[in-house]
Design a protein around this ligand. Structure first.
Ligand code: GTP
Ligand code: MG
Length: 200
């Protein structure tokens, strides 16, 4: 899959307010600061398409980016950021919940996990709820440039073992770096395959 055009298509607080044109959607979620917005920029090869920040809690709305006039990348607010008020945390969780449970166009949710750390309880709880809700998902390990290949392999192996305590099969998973572009082609190929599946 080649991305020839990536345009910001709108921000919304609820599903009904998303851009009106219905196209396949691929959304990105994960703990605050894990690198969702940076990954979208890396995939699109546009530095400042999605807003990023070194401080957690940057993305607070559902942001649609229209790709090649034929599908959307969707940047979602992070979860689990301790430093916002309880009310704001609930508000962000409701925004995500409304989108994830309501969008019929969502072909795949990418759940981002920091490749340097053990998968955390908050991630596992989130992933397990996706199973109950029937939301198709895969995992993306982020920030792989921050460690060596051996450490990365070991960490992914540990996380796979944890996931297999809850799931009979592992979901598809990818390793990426928004800094180096590592993993870009595999993710774009995967997206292409899912789009082709609905068209065939
Ligand atoms: P929220 O919108 O706050 O939930 O965060 P987010 O998940 O969208 O994270 P964002 O993309 O804003 O990135 C958070 C920080 O991590 C920024 O300082 C990024 O530059 C940094 N970052 C993201 N991806 C990578 C990566 O692959 N490698 C490195 N070294 N830094 C990264
Ligand atoms: Mg963000």
């Amino acid at each position: 899959m080649k991305i020839s055009q990536a345009i910001f298509a709108g921000s919304s607080k609820k599903l009904d307010d998303r851009p009106k044109q219905r196209l396949p959607e691929f959304a990105f979620i994960g703990r605050s600061n894990v690198g969702k917005s940076s990954l979208i920029n890396m995939l699109c090869n546009v530095g400042k398409l999605a807003h990023t920040s070194s401080k957690p809690g940057k993305t607070r709305l559902i942001n649609h980016f229209m790709i090649n006039e034929s599908w959307y990348l969707v940047d979602l607010p992070g979860y689990g950021y301790a430093k916002v008020s309880k009310k704001e945390r609930e508000n962000l969780a409701n925004i995500n919940h409304g989108y994830l449970n309501g969008s019929k166009e969502l072909l795949n949710l990418f759940v981002l996990i920091d490749s340097r750390h053990d998968i955390q309880t908050i991630d596992l709880n989130f992933i397990n709820k996706l199973g109950e809700a029937g939301v198709p998902f895969s995992i993306i390990y982020t920030k792989t440039d921050k460690q060596g290949v051996n450490a990365l392999d070991r960490q992914i192996e540990r996380n796979n073992t944890t996931l297999l305590q809850y799931w009979e099969e592992l979901p598809p998973f990818f390793a990426t770096s928004a800094e180096t572009g590592f993993g870009r082609d595999k993710i774009l190929d995967y997206i292409e395959k899912l789009i082709n599946n609905i068209n065939s």
